[in-house]
Ligand binder design. Structure first.
Ligand code: SF4
Length: 339
């Protein structure tokens, strides 16, 4: 079966024509899939029985099946979706007031190998645009939605499907570019490509260390020099005017000392971009790292602020539902979650 999700309206019109239907049937398909979020042809009531049957013979809509949802009392929900090949991926939804943020995966496992992450180096393949968009459509509620490409995988190692997903989420699903965020470990070429895509999406860069040497200890592969990453961030800011977010996971005794904060602040100040640092309390796994104490995080934040950097500390959400990146999927792989 071929999947229709991940196709733009123009491409759906071509499919309609190839089946001997009028082109406007393609536009109807797009409306049903992306705006009304239906998951079966039977629900497309204005298509006519014949048309629906013809579509059903060759095409499917969403390649994802919901396998598990873990709901936390703070409202955070973690989804485990099964793909057509039987593999599983994770999606997290975090509600906040009239908004929700959906954190999508872009790869099956992740080839980057951050030493503090449950997904590191457990890599299978890239996800298709249909599998990425499907996560949003199946987990979305009725509130306004932000989508962050911050789940399992490095989005810029799956650039073609990432860019297609961004275009469809924006143009077809109707999520504003400023409500889409791509988060990367710092793939320079990917940042440059995104700068030229012509969409003002938000860019997040996971720094985790203010010096190359320490960064090499934390992140095993696909490493670029910090200066090159920040130069690419500067290009992104010049092209889009969007403030850059830098993510920094706080690991006790590893990267959370005042000397690290001072280095980081001075490094960021040496560029022209507007930026913001997001300190992330570590969600402990069995990686051997532990989270910095609240007092250490506050001191780190204060040091950066004194150097003139905007800083926030990410609120911890979803504790107790394996909310650290890749934990739910890992438990599934280890057979700790019954099918
Ligand atoms: S933290 Fe992100 S980039 Fe690093 S291994 Fe985990 S999923 Fe990959």
């Amino acid at each position: 079966m071929k999947t229709l999700l991940g196709l733009k309206t123009k491409e759906l019109e071509q499919i309609a024509l190839s089946l001997g239907l009028d082109a406007y049937r393609g536009r109807q398909l797009a409306q049903w899939m992306y705006r009304k979020r239906v998951t079966s042809f039977e629900a497309m009531t204005d298509l006519g029985k014949d048309t629906r049957e013809r579509l059903l013979q060759t095409y499917a809509i969403n390649p994802l099946k919901e396998k598990r949802v873990h709901q936390h009392q703070d409202g955070t929900a973690k989804y485990l979706f099964e793909l057509e090949d039987g593999e599983c991926i994770e999606t997290v939804k975090i509600p906040h007031g009239d908004w929700e943020t959906i954190c999508v995966s872009t790869q099956l496992g992740c080839p980057i190998g951050c030493t503090f992450c449950a997904s590191g180096l457990d890599y299978g393949r890239n996800l298709t645009a249909a599998e990425i968009i499907g996560q949003v459509l199946l987990s979305r509620g009725d509130t306004s939605t932000n989508v962050v490409f911050m789940g399992i995988g490095e989005p810029f190692l799956n650039r073609k499907e990432l860019f297609r997903s961004l275009k469809i989420l924006n143009g077809e699903v109707g999520i504003g570019a400023r409500h889409l965020t791509v988060s990367t470990i710092g793939i320079v070429e990917g940042i440059e490509n995104l700068a030229h895509l012509g969409m003002e999406v938000n860019l997040g860069i996971s720094l985790h260390a203010p010096q190359d040497e320490l960064r090499r200890r934390l992140i095993k592969t696909h490493l670029s020099r910090l200066r090159d990453i920040l130069k690419a961030a500067d290009l992104y800011f010049q092209k889009t005017g969007r403030r850059i977010s830098f993510e920094y996971v706080m690991l006790s005794g590893v990267n959370d000392l005042l000397k690290h904060a001072t280095h980081l602040g001075r490094l960021l100040k040496s560029f022209d971009f507007k930026c913001h640092v997001n300190l992330i309390p570590y969600n402990e796994t069995d990686s051997g790292y532990s989270s910095s104490s609240p007092a250490r995080i506050r001191a780190f934040q204060q040091c950066l602020e004194e150097l003139g950097i905007n800083v926030t500390v990410r609120q911890e959400r979803g504790k107790g539902i394996q909310a650290a990146c890749g934990q739910l999927r890992r438990q599934h792989l280890e057979g700790k979650i019954p099918s």
